[in-house]
Each structure stands twice: as C-alpha cells, then as structure tokens.
Design a protein around this ligand. Structure first.
Ligand code: HEC
Length: 241
C-alpha cells in the first residue's frame, strides 16, 4: 500500500514539477514551418526538464532578428531575445553549448543539415557606442602597436609586413570585438599586459620581446580611434587616408 501511494505520488509530482520549470517562446512562422523547433525543443526539455510553450505575444523569449545569435540557416542568423530567468538562461546556454550545437546540426530532413551552430563567421556583434578618446587612441596605437601594425601613414615604414594594418582589420565585421579583446588573441598574450586585468607573465615564460602594457581606458581609446579610421578598400591597393 505504501508503495502504491509512493508511486502515485511520483506520478502526480512529475507533471507538477515540470509545470514549474517552463517558459514561453515565440518564433516566426517561417522558422516554425521548417519543423526544426519540433526537433530542437523536445531535446532541450529532455536534457533539462524545462518545458517550452509556444505563444504569440508576451513571451519570455523569442527567436528572430534581435538578441544573441544562436544558429544560422544559410545566410540568415537567428537570434534569441529573452527576459532574464533561470529557464530562459538555461535555453540560451544550451543552444550555445556543444550538445546544443550537435542537436542543431543533427536536424537534416533532406539528408543535409539545414541549420548550423556556427554563427561566428557571419554574425556581426552589436556595436556598442564607442566613447573612448580617439586622439589618445592614435597616440597609444602608434606607441604600443605601431612596432608591428601599420596604424596610419606616419608609421608605414616602421611596421612589420606580416602584421595586418589597422585599416585592413577595420574591414572585419567584428573589428570592434577583436580590438577590445586583442590582448587575448594571438600573438599578443605572450607580450601584452593589461593593467589590473591580466596576470603577470609566468616566471618561466617571460615575454619574448619588449612587452607592452595598456590600460582598459587605453584599449577603449584605441577602439575609438580604429572606429574613426576608414576601412581599407580591399578592391584596390590598400589606401590609408
Ligand atoms: C610584436 C608585434 C605586435 C604588437 C606590438 C601588436 N600586435 Fe596586434 N597582431 C600582431 C600580429 C602578427 C597579428 C596577426 C595575427 C594573425 O594573423 O594570426 C596581430 C593581430 C591583431 C589583431 C587581430 C587579431 C585577431 O585574431 O583577429 C588585433 C585586433 C590587433 N592585432 C591589435 C593590436 C593592438 C591594439 C596592439 C597594440 C596595443 C597590437 N595589436 C600590438 C602583432 C602585434
């Protein structure tokens, strides 16, 4: 008898708990019609116990053209816009995880994957308003980066040919993100310190070349300066104005 009761309890508790862990989602018809969400959402729910309900308005989350890029369909990047909360956060984290990526790419109704988890190649990150001081940025760039990179005409002759010029890098759709994080991108970590941000070079790995040190404020200034220069015209020999 006790056992029967326990079973009953579990049976009843199951749906109740599941109901608590839920959020509402909206997606455009053109995405729904692919059948992709019927593939994606049950797998997410299975992994996390979070139920996703489809509604038209007042949703906790929606898939569309705004928010975080989560998957690509040809040249279209689908984004997730959401309110903050443990379940919507879990959905975004899952979409961006390795398991999520594999699930996204496993949907192949005609034998080839219809969606890709690789949104980096085409996605253009939101460009935040740049507030740095461009004059300071130019000065710091020439002083700290100009050993290797052509910053502008004034150091064209002193830079290293193998380093891309700032005007060339300005053409990358995600140039801003790259400049803001350049100290994490090779080759810089080996010789770059950001004041109060990076850990000191390990004793057994001293900087192989004269190190550079910049502050967060200087990185903002460099980014603002790069934002002010004309992207290189890749159709012609590179011109710096
Ligand atoms: C010692 C030489 C050197 C110095 C100094 C240097 N860089 Fe670089 N940087 C490079 C090289 C080489 C590359 C190209 C790496 C590649 O193609 O993989 C590069 C690439 C970059 C990139 C693109 C990275 C990517 O992966 O997209 C950015 C942004 C950048 N540098 C910014 C800076 C800034 C800002 C400074 C100064 C504060 C600076 N660099 C100083 C050598 C240097």
């Amino acid at each position: 008898m006790t056992r029967t009761l326990a079973c009953l309890f579990i049976l009843l508790a199951g749906p109740l708990v599941a109901q608590d862990k839920a959020f509402t989602l909206h997606a455009p018809a053109m995405l729904v019609e692919t059948g992709f969400l019927k593939h994606l959402l049950p797998r997410f729910s299975l992994k996390t116990g979070i139920r996703v309900t489809f509604v038209e308005t007042d949703t906790d989350a929606s898939i569309g053209s705004e928010g975080t890029p989560v998957f690509a369909q040809g040249n279209t990047i689908w984004h997730l816009a959401k309110t903050d909360g443990p379940y919507t956060d879990a959905f975004q984290d899952w979409l961006l995880s390795d398991v999520g990526a594999r699930t996204i790419e496993a949907f192949a109704p005609n034998g080839t994957a219809m969606f890709s988890a690789d949104v980096g190649a085409v996605a253009v990150p939101d460009q935040v308003v740049i507030t740095g001081d461009t004059a300071l940025g130019e000065a710091v760039s020439l002083q700290q980066c100009g050993r290797c990179h052509v910053i502008n005409d004034t150091n064209r002759m002193n830079a290293i040919g193998s380093s891309p010029s700032f005007a060339l890098m300005r053409t990358f759709p995600d140039w801003q993100a790259r400049f803001e994080t350049f100290f994490l991108l090779r080759p810089h970590p080996a010789f770059t310190q950001v004041t109060d941000v990076t850990a000191p070079f390990a004793e057994h790995l001293p900087s192989p070349i004269a190190p550079i040190e910049v502050t967060v404020e200087q990185i903002e200034a460099i980014t603002a300066y790069v934002g002010s220069i004309a992207p290189a015209d890749l159709g012609d020999p590179i011109q710096l104005q």
